[in-house]
Design a protein. Sequence first.
Length: 422
Amino acid sequence: MLIFKFGGASVKDADSIKNVLSILKKYPEKKIIVIVSAIGKTTNNLEKIYQSILNKDKVEFELAINLFYNEHLKIINDLELDTNSSPFQYLEQIKTFFENKFSSEISDNHFFEYDQIVSLGEIMSSIILETYVSKELSNSCFLDARKVLRTDNNFRQADVVWNKTMDLVNNFIQSIFNSKTIVITQGFIGHTAEGFTTTLGREGSDFSAAIFAYCVNAESVTIWKDVPGMLNADPKYFDNTQKLDSISYKEAIELSYYGASVIHPKTVKPLQNKNIPLFIKSFFKPELEGSVIHTSEENDDFCPSFIFKKEQILFSISTKDFSFINENELSEIFQILASKKIKVNLMQNSALSFSFAVDQNLINTSEIIELFEKKHLIKYNENLELLTIRHYNTEVIQTNTKNKSVILEQKTRSTVRFLLKN
């Protein structure tokens, strides 16, 4: 059994969805579970719908909902799917759902509301894909991940309840594969014991693929992307990137932890636990080998790898009475950050201060200050860049920090990290 994950770029329009079908046709003898993301940039647009509902911003709401509706309708029409088909009917239902949300009071649990709204991108894309594949091949079946992937109630960043998920996945999958060979389901989403929709965190579809693979003891997982494999750097920021043909689970976890965008940070561990290889291949050229993540560490230091994150903000916290930042103080700081679901990209402490860097566009600076200012002095430095280099050398460091101010530096034997300012 194979697990295929197709991201937003690989289902962004009708031609892309036709390309997915052509890839599936290359594996006629295999049973395949397909994990699909929302089309294109739909999740970003759904976040605008969510925010406009919170703010009761009618103008922004109508712009965002019309974009959602028209983008999906165009794909449905371009694929020549019937107006009585499931995609068209579900699109109308979602539009009505959004309109009802806007006109009524929502709960105080905004993270809960976020999951009910933003999860619908994956539902919509998977219904379109399955309807089209079924029309062409008649051997596929739609599976709602909200019925099989069980999570806790930690909305917007839910944790998997593994034993229950394994039971549910296997019961549904075995039943479907008695008559079908392709199951099409969603990434990023799950459900609580009460039946409420949850999400696994942004870019969580890769993790969903790993969850399904773990549950069914899959032969392999393939993530289909718009790159030829896993590169040693993001080509948007670096010239002359190199493809990593083969790296270990350990190296992949390190790269994803530091922010490499090719795979979700939680994806690798379930696969490592069952020794399931993870392939990253090009949906433009599926015949190419791509990259593989597996047990062997032989090629991990083949070349330096670079992870670059823009728009970072560095906060530095110290006590007002100049007492040490001790274990109790650190524990309190981390509890505050965790309660607000603030993801820390880099941290460092001294006797009198604790510093941490986060994505500037994902936080409210004044809210962060308010969280700490009663007990602490807090300063911040905006518009920084975070550069992480794995398997560095002196020349690589000098080249990539030239003409930039180093605000903070951390170095181990295999990894060096810089907060930089132009």
